[in-house]
Design a protein around this ligand. Structure first.
Ligand code: PGA
Length: 257
């Protein structure tokens, strides 16, 4: 058992409408998802941040955004800065999600700029990394994860690490119903922690929380979270149903991850 406090994120992606987002936030607050030993954050679509913030109130989970831009203001049509997110009540943001890397074409360099801009703006960041099926089949899982980790965190100072969480999300497991076995996930997490130690030091590696993401559901969460290097999860599909999400939060709370 480690001293790391488990953290569960609910990534709502491009789902729900205003009423649905507000209802989900209210349900999560009623189900007391913020209580207990687990930290909980939800990531609604940008346009519903304000309404969700109100619905979550002061007792609900914390809130974050799914993305940001790395400039602070100016002529960047359609983009949203860290300070705007803070203004809307966000304390967290995701960077490097596989859908942004693989569908929207974001490079490690962009992920790094966004991560640094988020930190500079006062946000905490969940930095997502993970290998494709092809990379896994070629035996490159750890090399890919280590490379993404190093490049995404380039020039992030040790003083900011308490606002960084890593999410390991094998691309082939996201939204597919396929989950890494707890042993495969544990192996990847352990390698990521080792890479972290070589980038910073062993103390930083012991402290950093590494979530697993990719088809986490109430029935597989407990086995994943019981692994020594898995400190909670980043949940997509199952975060849209409050009872499923609450069950996953309960599993993390009981994991002593
Ligand atoms: P999933 O998504 O739980 O639907 O697989 C996870 C994620 O993309 O963060």
């Amino acid at each position: 058992m480690s001293d790391r406090r488990p953290i569960v994120g609910g990534n709502w992606k491009m789902n729900l409408n205003e009423a649905g987002a507000t209802d989900l936030a209210k349900a999560l607050t009623q189900e007391n998802t913020s209580a207990g030993s687990c930290e909980v954050v939800v990531f609604p679509p940008f346009v519903y941040l304000r309404q969700v913030e109100r619905a979550l109130g002061t007792d609900g989970p914390a809130m974050g955004a799914q993305d940001l831009y790395f400039e602070n203001d100016g002529a960047f049509t359609g983009e949203i800065s860290a300070s705007m997110l803070v203004d809307c009540g966000c304390r967290w943001v995701l960077t490097g999600h596989s859908e942004r890397r693989h569908i929207l074409g974001e490079s490690d360099t962009i992920v790094n700029r966004k991560t640094r801009a988020a930190l500079a703006g006062g946000l905490s960041v969940i930095v997502c990394i993970g290998e494709t099926r092809q990379q896994r089949d070629a035996g490159r899982t750890d090399a890919v994860n280590t490379g993404q980790l190093r490049e995404s965190l380039a020039d992030v100072s040790p003083g900011d690490l308490d606002r960084i969480v890593i999410a390991y999300e094998p691309v082939w497991a996201i939204g597919t119903g396929l989950t890494a076995t707890p042993q495969d996930a544990q192996n990847a997490h352990s390698a990521i922690r080792q890479a972290f130690a070589s980038m910073y030091d062993s103390d930083a590696a012991k402290k950093v929380r590494i979530q697993y993401g990719g088809s986490v559901k109430p029935d597989n969460a407990a086995d994943l979270f019981a692994c020594p290097d898995i400190d909670g999860g980043l949940i997509g599909g199952a975060s849209l149903k409050s009872s499923d999400f609450s069950a996953i939060v309960q599993a993390a709370s009981g994991s002593g991850a």
